[in-house]
Design a protein around this ligand. Structure first.
Ligand code: ZN
Ligand code: ZN
Length: 371
């Protein structure tokens, strides 16, 4: 699998005129090799030439962690371990050699990139997204199943939230957030990425930091949570879901708001037909929210791609006229946020199937009423 991905990366390098790909910390490296670089002052960098052998420059003390064999048993790259007194940037520069077109991983630390820039000349540097984004944004069947497993895990947590099994009233936002995080791990994720809990007026802040506010009866509680679950090869795939509960009977004004959100979210999911421009998915839900008079309260794009990163290409946003392609995996998460009062968001992960949307989150979309 990894050797095949490296071959696809090389093909994309050829198509974009890229002679060398440099990948350090971030999701591109584990996507291609199964190994994630330690985010350290010590440089780890894969040097992948379009026309030669790949090498992984790595601190000698991290080298035992690397498996250089693909799951098919092929060696994907060779290791270049460096000792504490060596200069790893020079090892990378030497391997670029006389090549003049170099793509650098998006999240490479600037301290290393600046040193590479200062020690080379005549090279055109570009963002490695030109090589990696087309690969990563279209998921294969195994990746879709990994995403589905992670989505179903958070669905089970959401169901316990909606049924009242998870204590809500009387908890602080931070306590509920910690409990969601605990369950994310208990459900098989290897790490928690976020667990937003926003009660009452705090729900008007889309990325509210769960705090000491105690959740009261008769208010909305917005919960947006997800983690990373490893597949059989140790590559992590992300979950991300938002559901709202109401701690009592919701007032008619909130029911009306939520009904509009529900309708908009479902319409955006239904619009996910291959060939549709991605911005059209945003427009579909946004029109419903705007026509109902809440347009000014929907203050963000409809969604983001998801895979080995919680947010990645493609983005479901006005201005992105890229066509929806089978294998695209993304969130559909419209929200309505009334400052100082309340807010709501409804989020599922959806995969573009050949014939239409394949929603990975299927837990109840209605506003759950907790008494
Ligand atoms: Zn989310
Ligand atoms: Zn999201």
């Amino acid at each position: 699998m990894f050797a095949a991905r490296i071959d696809r990366a090389r093909a994309q390098m050829q198509a974009t005129g890229t002679e060398v790909l440099l990948l350090s910390v971030g999701a591109d490296l584990p996507y291609l090799t199964g190994y994630e670089a330690m985010p350290l002052e010590r440089l780890t960098m894969l040097v992948l030439p379009a026309d030669g052998e790949a090498e992984l420059i790595i601190p000698a003390l991290e080298a035992p962690l690397v498996n250089i064999e693909d799951n098919a048993g092929e060696d994907m790259f060779s290791l270049v371990p460096w000792g504490e007194t060596e200069d790893p940037v020079q090892l990378a520069v030497d391997r670029i050699g006389s090549r003049t077109s170099v793509a650098v991983g998006e999240t490479t630390w600037s301290t290393f990139l600046v040193q590479i820039l200062n020690r080379t000349s005549g090279i055109t540097f570009r963002d490695a997204g030109t090589v990696m984004t087309p690969l990563r944004s279209v998921k294969d069947a195994a990746e879709v199943e990994s995403l589905r497993n992670a989505s179903q895990a958070v669905d089970r947590i959401a169901a316990r939230l909606q049924s009242g099994e998870i204590p809500v009233i009387g908890q602080t936002e931070a306590q509920l957030s910690a409990e969601l995080g605990r369950q994310i791990v208990a459900e098989g994720h290897h790490k928690v990425n976020f667990a937003i809990v926003a009660a009452g007026e705090n729900a008007a802040s889309p990325h509210h930091h769960a705090g000491s506010r105690v959740i009261q009866p008769d208010e909305v509680v917005l919960c947006d949570f997800g983690g990373t679950m490893n597949d059989d090869y140790g590559v992590g795939y992300c979950s991300d879901i938002t559901r709202c509960v109401y701690t009592g009977q919701p007032p008619a004004e909130f029911v009306e708001l939520y009904d509009v959100l529900f309708e908009a979210q479902a319409a955006s999911v239904a619009a996910a037909i291959p060939g549709t421009p991605l911005e059209e998915i945003d427009r579909t839900g946004r029109k419903i929210i705007t026509d109902a008079g809440y347009g000014e309260y929907f203050i963000h794009r409809t969604g983001h791609g998801i895979g080995v990163e919680a947010h990645e290409h493609p983005y479901i946003v006005e201005g992105n006229d890229q066509p929806l392609t089978p294998g695209h995996a993304f969130s559909v998460e419209p929200g309505i946020y009334v400052p100082g009062k309340w807010g709501a968001r409804l989020e599922d992960i959806v995969v573009a199937g050949a014939d239409g949307p394949d929603p990975l989150n299927t837990v109840d979309h209605h506003l759950a009423v907790l008494a």
